[in-house]
Design a protein around this ligand. Structure first.
Ligand SMILES: Cc1cc2nc3c(=O)[nH]c(=O)nc-3n(C[C@H](O)[C@H](O)[C@H](O)COP(=O)(O)OP(=O)(O)OC[C@H]3O[C@@H](n4cnc5c(N)ncnc54)[C@H](O)[C@@H]3O)c2cc1C
Length: 393
């Protein structure tokens, strides 16, 4: 019987297992997870979980895995891969043979080298990290958040709503500048400052100090802040160390073709760790929730030979929740695009992203209907002039 092993029991790993069954794969399915938890959802970790509104984000109950004949091997990470022998080695010494292997090991938070090892300093990727951060939070505490990317921004919003004083530092000129550009970054900055966040743009973290527990932070502008808790959100790196020497090509992620095949025979990859070939612009990793499910579907179709899905046909989508607003991005938005802000009421906003004179993407805050209705025009590369004319009518 054919055996497919999926390494990484997160969203992409789970979705791939589901999609393989849906595509008619009837062989053995093994899902290997480094964490002891059943596959769980990460978006709530910087939102409901850290705010104390939810403790559990499990995606499927254990019975689901029994019903679908998915063997779970949790609590022991893959530590090596031999693509010639078609074997994965786990940290506990187990060797698993496979006919097909799917890599879905996600990301690990980037850390700042040289900082002292102090209690009260957190990163956020896993549910255990979210619960540990939450345990350090209480109304009136002073938090420093380093990095105003999506996780830093969401943490700032969650903490402020829980009565915590937040200093948010970001070396770039605005929050989210490298993803959404500075113009929309300014609109996001306004959400933070209006909510009472002490946002310091153009500033980074220089040093942390304290006795056992963090109590003071020195910033790159020479200022200092007293802190009870520090959250570092400066991006994440793909988990590929266990692939060293395996022959699977890695370059800031596992390099894949447009359906998830890697450079090694019978080895595939999906989710945040995977850099898939895209029609324009070479290979790209996408660190967003919807992408994991879309790639799982395409990969499962290709692996079983049943699919005709086309990666290029997807219109990328992601969202972020901040201050009671859903910030949504549809299409490919890039910091270098020309941005047209077509609505701005001081809180909610809508921006069109122009590249090569067409509508490449849309970003909106609190305007879900107006974002989602642009899907067809983004997919059809509508001329920006026509789109702007319609918006002003
Ligand atoms: C705090 C937070 C908030 C987010 N919010 C949003 C949001 O609002 N909107 C949005 O679009 N996206 C959001 N995302 C992104 C989204 O959650 C990810 O895109 C998605 O989880 C990617 O799925 P994945 O399976 O590739 O990676 P993961 O979900 O990280 O799963 C990878 C799994 O592999 C395991 N693993 C790692 N190494 C090994 C190994 N060697 N052996 C075995 N297992 C291993 C890990 O433990 C993990 O369980 C958020 C992410 C985080 C962390």
């Amino acid at each position: 019987m054919q055996r497919t092993v999926i390494v990484g029991a997160g969203l992409a790993g789970l979705r791939t297992a589901e999609e393989l069954r849906r595509a008619g794969f009837d062989g053995e399915l093994v899902l290997v997870g480094g964490e002891t938890h059943l596959p769980y959802d990460r978006p709530p970790l910087s939102k409901e979980v850290v705010r104390g509104e939810r403790d559990d984000t499990t995606l499927k109950p254990r019975e689901f895995f029994d019903d679908e004949r998915i063997e779970l091997r949790l609590g022991s990470a893959a530590s090596g891969l031999d693509t010639a022998a078609r074997e994965v080695t786990l940290a506990d010494g187990t060797v698993l043979s496979y006919d097909e292997l799917v890599i879905a090991t996600g990301l690990t938070p980037r850390r700042i080298g040289g900082l002292p090892d102090l209690d009260g300093v957190h990163v956020l990727r896993s549910i255990d990290e979210s619960l540990a951060l939450r345990a350090d939070l209480a109304p009136g505490k002073q938090a420093l958040i380093v990095g105003a990317g999506f996780i830093g921004c969401e943490l700032a919003a969650s903490m402020v709503s829980a009565g915590i004083d937040v200093v948010l530092v970001e070396p770039q000129p605005t929050p989210l500048a490298s993803v959404l550009g500075e113009q929309v970054g300014e609109l996001v900055a306004r959400l933070h400052t209006d909510a009472g966040v002490d946002l310091r743009a153009g500033v980074g973290l220089a040093e942390l100090s304290g006795e056992g527990r963090v109590s003071r932070a020195a910033l790159t502008d020479g200022s200092e802040v007293d802190v009870d808790v520090v959250a570092i959100g400066i991006g994440s790196v793909p988990v590929t160390d266990w692939l060293e020497g395996s022959g699977v090509d890695v370059e800031n992620g596992v390099l894949c073709d447009e359906v998830g095949r890697t450079s090694a025979p019978h080895v595939w990859a999906a989710g945040d760790v995977a850099a898939w070939q895209i029609e324009v612009g070479g290979r790209k990793r996408v660190e967003h929730w919807s992408n994991a499910g879309e790639q799982a579907k395409i990969l499962a179709g290709a692996l079983t030979g049943t699919g005709d899905s086309d990666a290029a046909a997807q219109v990328p989508y992601f969202w972020s929740d901040q201050y009671g607003l859903k910030i949504q991005a549809l299409g490919t938005v890039a910091a270098g695009d020309t941005v047209h802000v077509v609505k701005d009421d001081g809180r909610k906003f809508l921006a069109y992203y122009e590249r090569d004179s067409v509508l490449a993407g849309v970003v909106g805050a609190g305007l879900a209907g107006k974002v989602m209705k642009m899907r067809g025009q983004i997919a059809g590369a509508a001329p920006i002039g026509d789109v702007l004319e319609a918006a002003s009518a």
